[in-house]
Design a protein around this ligand. Structure first.
Ligand SMILES: O=C(O)CCC(=O)C(=O)O
Ligand SMILES: NCCCC(=O)O
Length: 492
């Protein structure tokens, strides 16, 4: 039940509630505001002017507001006018430990960080003396169950594309057997033609988002605007379940829907994709495409199908990874009988790349999975601190717990406003919670009204609203959030 926060809740009452809890945020960010602090409209005059100026040199049309990162703290983002908003979007799910986290500030001052920043290496050719240890103490320490190796990259799209390349190269190596490349392959590939260029493909799901580079964009299926005018590979797409909510009222329908999607997936694999699909890629929660969930048994079904047909399974944890779902990796919720072949990461880890377990996913020849940077040691140092901080402060469990609290409170709240918020989802998925507005206009009004009252929230899909708070988000922040959402819905 929504605890003591009603539409008429005053700022003083919210502040009183905020004091009730002690948490990671209160120990690490003692100066974090307990409620939003608004001095002007958001954006205010200073931010508006800065943004206008910025537009002269940089495409700023997606800017929500110009941010003062120096004065943002914990769960509160500061704009250029000094307004401090509770941020439950966190740079599109990318700030895990809150703004200006002291542990990260400390690592930023270490000599090893200075060295990493000013001597950015061509990692594959000149790896640093400490790279293995930095990986082992950080990125690899958090490796998903069964995964022992990592390839580092620079962005989420790059992480996914390097995973695709690993899949293509190993599938081709297996087809080739013990022989080396032949002349026909060596010549045809220079004309972008088969057999040297692979005719295999990557299968993705309807409404998926896997990035915006050429290969990853071909697997992205969330919105046409991302893809228009860009050349694309003719790769297959399988349906992703469209579940009905509340889940407990639609158990049978949802089961049937998931079975339908699994059957169609297998039909594609044995039909038009026969022998041609190197890998499939799937998000544990389709995020950009609308926060679409499926059950653990659906994902187990996907895993079984990939194993049966020798297709690699790549789990894209770029957005779901690093503790926000109440597990370090969201796919841990599935209890798979066989781990995925590759798991990609970026965003909240700051560093990017993919984990794997089969050493053969490392190509047989050097320089094939390669670029100048192959990641960034400074980001690996940040990732190391993030892992250590999550572990030392039990932030996985804390996020699972505050997520339950938030889900229950929002569910009760939305019962009072059924025409304004439906399909709440993300139960038992930490703070990875979302719901639907009736339409895109309603969502835009809702998000602007929340911002005007001091909460920064993001949308996804056609009309969904998604919560992506930091791992330092606690029950007091949840109360502030629910109080403001209730104020806004009450006024809509
Ligand atoms: O909105 C998202 O979930 C993904 C953000 C992103 O990476 C993009 O839009 O390119
Ligand atoms: N996928 C882009 C999300 C950016 C935004 O509108 O917040």
């Amino acid at each position: 039940m929504l605890r003591s926060v009603h539409r008429t809740t005053s700022a003083a009452r919210i502040a009183q509630l905020a004091k009730r809890y002690s948490s990671y945020a209160s120990s690490v960010f003692p100066d974090e505001p307990s409620v939003p602090q608004l001095k002007t409209e958001v954006p205010g005059p200073i931010g508006t002017q800065l943004n206008t100026n910025l537009g002269d040199v940089f495409d700023n049309r997606a800017a929500y507001f110009v941010t003062d990162y120096y004065n943002s703290i914990g769960n509160y983002i500061s704009d250029a006018d000094g307004n401090k908003l509770l941020d439950v979007y966190m740079q599109i799910a990318s700030i895990g430990l809150g703004y200006n986290n002291p542990a990260l500030k400390q690592v930023a001052k270490l000599d090893e960080m200075t060295t990493a920043l000013i001597n950015r290496p061509a990692l594959a050719c000149f790896p640093g003396v400490d790279y293995q240890k930095v990986l082992e103490d950080g990125i690899l320490k958090a490796a998903p169950p069964g995964m022992t190796k990592v390839w580092t990259a620079t962005t989420g799209s790059d992480a996914n594309e390097t995973a695709f390349k690993a899949a293509f190269m190993l599938q081709a190596a297996r087809d080739r057997g013990s022989r080396d490349f032949n002349q026909q392959e060596l010549i045809s590939v220079m004309n972008n033609e088969a057999p040297g260029a692979s005719e295999k493909c990557i299968l993705s799901f309807d409404k998926a988002f896997h990035g915006r580079l050429f290969g990853s964009l071909s697997t992205t299926r969330s919105k046409a605007i991302h893809k228009l005018d860009i050349p694309a590979f003719p790769w297959p797409k399988a349906p992703f379940p469209a579940l009905k909510y509340p889940l407990k009222d639609f158990e049978n329908e949802n089961k049937q829907e998931e079975n339908r999607c699994l059957e169609q997936l297998e039909d594609i694999i044995v039909g038009k994709g026969k022998g041609n699909i190197a890998a499939l890629i799937v998000e544990p929660v389709q995020s950009e495409g609308g926060d679409n969930h499926a059950s653990a048994s659906f994902f187990q079904g996907v895993r079984d199908i990939t194993l049966k047909h020798n297709i690699f399974m790549i789990v894209d944890e770029v957005q779901t990874g690093v503790a926000a779902t109440g597990k370090f990796w969201a796919h841990e919720h599935w209890n798979l009988s066989t781990p995925p072949d590759m798991v990609t990461f970026s965003k909240k880890f700051q560093a990017a790349g993919f984990y794997f377990r089969d050493p053969e996913l490392q190509p047989r020849q050097a320089y094939r999975q390669f670029n100048t940077w192959c990641g960034d040691p400074s980001k690996a140092l940040i990732a190391r601190t993030i892992v250590q901080e999550i572990e030392a402060n039990n932030l996985v469990a804390a996020t699972a717990s505050v997520g339950d609290y938030l889900f229950n409170n929002l569910s009760s709240l939305f019962e009072k406003y059924p025409g304004h918020a439906s399909n709440i989802r993300g139960q038992n998925m930490g703070t990875f919670i979302a719901w639907d507005s009736p339409n895109a206009d309603h969502r835009a009004k809702f998000l602007l009204a929340c911002r005007a009252k001091g909460v920064n929230i993001g949308g996804c899909g056609e009309a969904a609203i998604r919560l992506r708070p930091s791992l330092a988000f606690n029950e007091s922040h949840a109360d502030v959030l629910c109080g403001i959402i209730e104020n806004v819905l009450g006024e809509m």
